[in-house]
Design a protein around this ligand. Structure first.
Ligand SMILES: Cc1cc2nc3c(=O)[nH]c(=O)nc-3n(C[C@H](O)[C@H](O)[C@H](O)COP(=O)(O)O)c2cc1C
Length: 384
């Protein structure tokens, strides 16, 4: 009897220990959660911002691979960063998004860290821009910070290892996050032949991505933005739609546009969406404008060509979203991107009509806690 009592008491104690350990793990995670926002802004970001921006970019990739490259790291990260709520789920162009906050194109061009990024709570991740052949991009330096304005200027020029290398990585997908494939043309390909480049990337990626974005709006590939004109754009999108229809199940195709288009060019875009029956618009890419900035004209001129992103872009990209939505009578979905650095910025984009949103520069300046903060704010506002 004595033996049984001792055994029973030790089981009770072990159970209590397990529960109290679990409880303290939960408490610890909560503390880590609270600390991480401060840690990124007070420790990691100042260190990264001391480095050349492109070096910092690749160091961040290494850190992500180190901490999130294994399933244990990703599971812990999800407990810290992911915010799940039924209200956040959205059906759009035949896909179910777990939440509306995505990663914009350009950060993981080569699909090297999409598995790791998915553990930070994004609802979808857009890889690319990818081109058929690998290309080095523009000469360095080509990425610049404007910290006083929470902005970046880049003229990367579609540096990527080519679409086929990305396909191999995408086949090793360890996440169920939605993946978008952003496609472009090689610098050496003339605009007259661009259609072949887009076709190549479309076919190569077809089985490994969930939706496509046709990028004709980067300011950093010479003459690319001429493909936004009505005639070549209609031709390009019609061609991709023909290929799309020949597949056993078609995939959504969206078009990414520049914020520098005039109202009459935006009217053309609305009629092109209708005539080509593509699934939606990503608004917007970076801008060639250089305002509103707090730096002197000399300082900005010294940086040179490139696309401006971040806070100074927020107002214009929201205007473009609102224009497309109201002028078309809400005829198609829009992914809103440009200068989202806070939950308030995100809600503004959604109030302008964005169905989903994406982050790039805000993610760099604010860190991964921004994703959860935005999702919580959306639930609180009942915007979805
Ligand atoms: C360094 C950098 C590289 C980018 N590369 C691409 C790209 O390859 N393809 C693309 O469609 N957009 C690219 N973008 C544009 C972003 O996807 C996004 O549309 C733009 O930066 C506006 O959002 P943000 O203000 O949140 O950064 C890039 C942006 C930055 C800052």
């Amino acid at each position: 009897m004595q033996k049984y009592i001792i055994f029973f008491n030790s089981v009770k104690k072990t159970k209590k220990n397990i529960f109290s350990n679990l409880f303290s793990i939960k408490k610890l995670l909560k503390r880590i959660k609270l600390k991480f926002a401060a840690m990124y802004k007070q420790l990691l970001k100042p260190l990264l911002f001391k480095l050349n921006p492109e070096k910092a970019h690749y160091l961040t990739f290494d850190l992500m691979k180190c901490f999130l490259g294994n399933s244990l790291g990703r599971s812990i990260s999800k407990m810290i960063f992911k915010y799940k709520h039924p209200v956040l789920q959205k059906q759009l162009f035949g896909l179910t998004f777990q939440n509306p906050v995505g990663l914009a194109a350009g950060l993981d061009k080569d699909a090297k860290v999409f598995n790791e990024l998915s553990a930070l709570g994004f609802g979808f991740i857009e890889i690319g821009t990818l081109t058929p052949k690998p290309q080095p991009g523009n000469e360095k330096p080509r990425l610049f910070r404007l910290p006083n304005d929470h902005a970046l200027i880049n003229r990367m020029g579609f540096n990527n290892e080519g679409v086929d290398a990305a396909v191999v990585r995408l086949k090793n997908k360890k996440t169920n996050v939605i993946i978008g494939g952003n496609i472009g043309k090689n610098k050496v390909t003339a605009n007259e032949d661009a259609i072949k480049d887009y076709e190549y990337c479309f076919n190569a990626l077809f089985d490994v991505v969930d939706y496509f974005v046709v990028n004709v709006s980067s300011p950093n590939t010479p003459n690319l933005r001429e493909l936004q004109d009505k005639e070549p754009l209609t031709h390009l999108l019609m061609h991709l739609q023909t290929i799309n229809s020949s597949k056993s199940k078609r995939k959504p195709i969206l078009l990414k546009i520049a914020p520098d288009l005039t109202d009459s060019q935006l009217d053309d875009i609305i009629s092109i969406v209708a005539s080509t029956k593509i699934d939606g618009i990503v608004a917007t890419n970076t801008t060639i404008a250089r305002e509103p900035l707090s730096y002197s004209k000399e300082e900005i001129d010294k940086i040179g060509m490139g696309g401006l992103s971040g806070k100074p872009l927020a107002k214009r990209s929201t205007e473009v979203i609102a224009y497309l939505k109201s002028k078309s009578g809400n005829a198609f979905p829009v992914i809103g991107v440009g200068g989202i650095h806070s939950p308030e910025d995100a809600l503004e984009k959604m109030k302008a009509g964005a169905d989903l949103i994406q982050l790039y520069t805000g993610f760099v300046y604010e860190g991964p806690t921004l994703i959860k903060k935005i999702n919580k704010a959306i639930v609180k506002q009942g915007l979805y």
